[in-house]
Design a protein. Structure first.
Length: 276
């Protein structure tokens, strides 16, 4: 007997590269937009966490002796969670046959829904193993996103969206959310920068080399008149552009209380402490 998840994976692999066309169709058709919102986006709230090494603390005076890091958000939520599921593969990289990043570094899922994910795609793990996995993803150069992502509850058949919190570990080449520029604004707005984080562009330092443009997974950067231009409406403050810029023209600024604010935004979405 073919399991539901087997069918889901086959469909995703077959249609993954067509997601940009589907996103553009949602822009053109209000009926299609409402349909995919109801099926896949309803109630979504997803934060993109910048890579730890890109962070500059946004404090004018008396900086704290200890600087918070975005990865603490993940470690805090994992530590609170009763059920933690680690996937054995990344569905995006497998579907795109990624050549640059490891296929085996998959998502982490938290909450009651995690306990319903079929064992054939991964397994329940301890908090310690989940945190080690997150650290391995960081070493591989991946960017974390965390939040309530309804599409995961659909393809994994885990039940209500309020019972599954997703942690994805994304590469710039294969991420599902590369389709954001093609989506209607109402759907694209479900993914935002981490609370308390913003990008600073120092125009006079920019030499227009274009290295940042190549790394932006949402196409938020263009080169115009020899300088980079960043579309703040599209930018998710992941920090990849800042990592590529050798002239310090781009900085990621994080408020001192950003980790606290990000967790406060996540906690009402899914009760990760709840029992089955």
């Amino acid at each position: 007997m073919v399991a539901f998840t087997d069918i889901s994976i086959r469909i995703i692999k077959l249609t993954f590269k067509e997601r940009f066309k589907l996103a553009r169709l949602a822009r053109r058709s209000k009926i299609f937009k409402r349909m995919i919102h109801k099926l896949f986006f309803e109630g979504d709230d997803i934060q993109v966490l910048p890579r730890d090494e890109t962070i500059n603390l946004n404090v004018k005076v008396n900086p704290p002796s200890f600087s918070p890091l975005p990865s603490q958000v993940l470690k805090e939520m994992i530590s609170k969670s009763r059920y933690i599921f680690k996937m054995d593969f990344c569905i995006c990289r497998v579907s795109s046959d990624c050549r640059d990043y490891p296929h085996e570094l998959g998502c982490i899922f938290l909450g009651k829904g995690a306990n319903r994910i079929p064992g054939k795609v991964g397994r329940l793990v301890s908090k310690e193993e989940a945190i080690r996995h997150i650290e391995e993803c960081e070493k591989a150069g991946l960017v974390h996103i965390i939040g309530r992502n309804k599409i995961d509850t659909v393809w994994l058949n885990t039940g209500p969206k309020e019972e599954l919190l997703s942690i994805c570990n994304c590469c710039p080449c294969c991420c599902l959310w590369k389709m954001i520029p093609d989506l209607p604004d109402e759907l694209a707005e479900s993914m935002t920068p981490m609370s308390g984080v913003k990008l600073e562009f120092i125009q006079e330092n920019c030499i227009g080399c274009g290295n940042c443009l190549e790394k932006c997974f949402v196409k938020a950067i263009k080169i115009k008149n020899g300088k980079a231009q960043i579309d703040n409406r599209l930018c998710k403050c992941c920090g990849r552009c800042a990592m590529e810029c050798e002239n310090n023209a781009i900085r990621v600024l994080m408020d001192h209380d950003a980790v606290k604010r990000a967790i406060e935004r996540l906690e009402p979405l899914v009760d990760v402490k709840a029992k089955m």
